[in-house]
Design a protein around this ligand. Structure first.
Ligand code: KG4
Ligand code: ZN
Length: 337
């Protein structure tokens, strides 16, 4: 049997991502980022996002199909993100994908965005297999998932308030560093001392859960006080110290879950996994324990169409039913539901 050719579309937030996969091999990968459009508002504006997806989707799908060197008729299926995400943004990719599938007479699969992040390492590591603990950290989610088998997940931990990416974004905005906050703090922290300021680590008594809203309060309080007292550390030192507090929590709780379950593989996905300090710290901890770590390249960590197509391939190969034509997006979709 030849590997299926699948078109994957991702439009849940602020990136229009389209890709063609042949099995788990990436044949084409295109992305249109809306960062510039949202930057002047300091965050993603849902209406602006939906509008930008409408403008980007047709040329990007065309680019992905021609870039893969195929004719649309050769596709075996089409997949698009069904949720979770911004409703208007989701509807653009989902409706476009469904219409294209209908026109071509191909099956259509609506995919869980977080399952996409969970699958992304499969596109780069043949050895990435369950059982595994997977850290998913993005702008809207911070979760620790126990993957018992593909399609069989339990959520061990989650955030009780802000997501890790949200913490980066809010703190960067407070510091006047710009948007999105993760990459700017990552860059600013490069020359900073992570031990310059010891910000509190929350929820030490809950082994798998996160809380980041207290960090925000303590950074704000600390900076205001230091400014008054004339003891303000350098911006790189503050950025590195904030980053260290977030990374500490993510690393500690991920490996608490490894200890609890006894797995020997750790995966990761979501925009925050692009963070260089987090990647280094996860690798150090994995090496120390002899655990295999599967963190994809930066372009596969952030939102993209390839990860969406990857989930659809398994669903198709396992005889999973395509989405019915009457089905719609599900902005509140939960992994495993
Ligand atoms: O997965 P993603 O691209 O979109 C969502 O599904 O939310 O994640 C976006 C989030 C943003 O909060 C962004 O600040 C964060 O990922 N991010 C980072 C880095 N690159 C992106 N956070 C920390 N360090 C980075 N290098
Ligand atoms: Zn995402």
């Amino acid at each position: 049997m030849t590997d299926p050719l699948i078109l994957g579309i991702e439009t849940s937030c602020d990136e229009t991502g389209v890709a063609v996969l042949e099995g788990f091999t990436v044949r084409s990968f295109v992305l249109a980022s809306q960062i510039e459009e949202h930057a002047r508002f300091g965050g993603v504006v849902p209406e602006v996002a939906a509008r930008a997806h409408v403008e980007a989707i047709r040329p990007l799908v065309h680019q992905a199909v021609t870039g893969a060197g195929i004719h649309p008729d050769q596709l075996d299926a089409i997949a698009a993100t069904r949720g979770p995400g911004l409703i208007g943004a989701l509807m653009v990719g989902y409706a476009f994908g469904k219409s294209l599938a209908w026109t071509l007479g191909k099956p259509f699969y609506g995919i869980d965005h977080m399952e996409g992040h969970l699958y992304a390492p499969r596109l780069e590591y043949a050895a990435y297999e369950p059982p595994a603990i997977v850290l998913l950290a993005s702008g809207g989610h911070s979760e620790i998932i126990h993957v018992r088998a593909w399609g069989d997940y339990s959520t061990l931990g989650t955030t009780i308030d802000d997501a890790a990416g949200e913490a980066f974004d809010k703190l960067a905005r407070f510091m006047g560093l710009g948007y999105p906050g993760g990459p700017v703090i990552d860059a600013e922290a490069e020359d900073g001392n992570p031990d310059a300021v010891r910000f509190p680590r929350a929820l030490r008594d809950r082994p798998f859960d996160f809380s980041f809203s207290g960090l925000k309060t303590s950074v704000v309080t600390y900076l205001e006080k230091a400014k008054k007292e004339g003891t303000l550390p350098s911006r790189p030192d503050v950025a590195a110290s904030i980053q260290e507090a977030i990374v500490d929590a993510l690393v500690e709780k991920t490996f608490n879950a490894v200890d609890e379950t006894g797995v020997t593989a750790v995966g990761g996905g979501g925009g925050v996994l692009a963070n260089r300090r987090l990647r280094t710290r996860l690798q150090e901890e994995a090496d120390r324990r002899g655990i295999d770590l599967f963190i994809p390249s930066v372009r596969m960590c952030t939102d993209n169409g390839a990860m969406i197509a990857a989930v659809a391939i398994d669903r198709m190969n396992n005889g999973g039913a395509p989405d019915g034509w009457a089905l719609d997006v599900d902005p509140g979709m939960r992994l495993g539901s």
